[in-house]
Ligand binder design. Structure first.
Ligand SMILES: Cc1cc2nc3c(=O)[nH]c(=O)nc-3n(C[C@H](O)[C@H](O)[C@H](O)COP(=O)(O)O)c2cc1C
Length: 215
């Protein structure tokens, strides 16, 4: 049942960055996570998680980013082609949006074969309000990874910005995050973007150890 795919190109870990973003905040963090992966010598494969809401609902929600994804749409098979994945997941009621759940509902075949068992996983998120459920979103996303047998990689407190209480900011030991405001007017700060790059680098270094170990 264990996954056996060896995907590292040479010593380079291959890391997917699948994300869903309705208003662009997660998309901005994803670019920084990708930069961090590449800075650590990894190969980043960004994917967009497909929209599921009808057009008339999206119009009322003033959706923008999810209507014009910059990257290919994520399919379950993409996760088998990489060593690990860092999912970008905005908060909906303290958990992942239905779009993300709908994607995982398509991964039953991978679950049955345990094709993702032993791969590495991480998450980053955003909320409208400072205490609107960032850590809860990381936590309530865990069952997807646990059932697939993935190894969850948090960032801990190595990046000093996490311990800086001098300004309002996202990011927790689970992973980077941002605070978007109810109207989406707050954009990821330089500090949050720095933590996003740190998360990409940190994850890549951990996965690189496993890739090297297999070679
Ligand atoms: C249906 C719905 C539920 C939401 N639930 C929460 C919530 O529980 N807590 C919160 O702070 N923000 C909540 N938000 C705000 C989103 O988290 C915010 O718009 C998102 O993080 C922005 O990311 P994006 O720009 O990448 O789409 C919700 C938004 C929607 C549309």
């Amino acid at each position: 049942m264990a996954a056996t795919t060896t995907t590292g190109a040479g010593a380079k870990p291959v890391i997917a960055v699948p994300f869903y973003s309705m208003y662009g905040h997660i998309a901005t963090l994803a670019e920084e996570v990708i930069a961090g992966i590449e800075a650590a010598g990894g190969i980043a494969k960004p994917y967009f998680i497909a929209e599921t809401l009808p057009a008339e609902v999206l119009e009322k929600m003033h959706a923008g980013a999810s209507l014009k994804p910059k990257y290919p749409l994520l399919e379950p098979a993409h996760l088998t082609e990489v060593d690990g994945f860092i999912f970008g997941i905005p908060t909906r009621y303290g958990r992942a949006p239905a779009q993300v759940s709908a994607f995982f509902d398509k991964t039953g075949g991978l679950w049955a074969s345990q094709a993702l068992n032993g791969k590495y996983a991480a998450t980053f998120t955003s909320t409208a309000s400072q205490h609107g459920g960032q850590e809860l979103t990381h936590l309530t996303t865990m069952p997807f990874f646990v059932h697939h047998g993935c190894i969850y990689v948090p960032i801990g407190y190595k990046e000093p910005y996490l311990s800086d209480n001098g300004e309002v900011h996202g990011a927790s030991p689970w992973g980077v995050s941002t605070v978007a405001n109810g109207d989406g007017s707050r954009v990821p700060t330089e500090g949050e973007k720095r933590v996003a790059r740190f998360q990409g680098e940190h994850f890549t270094k951990i996965v690189a150890q496993a890739v090297r170990g297999r070679q």
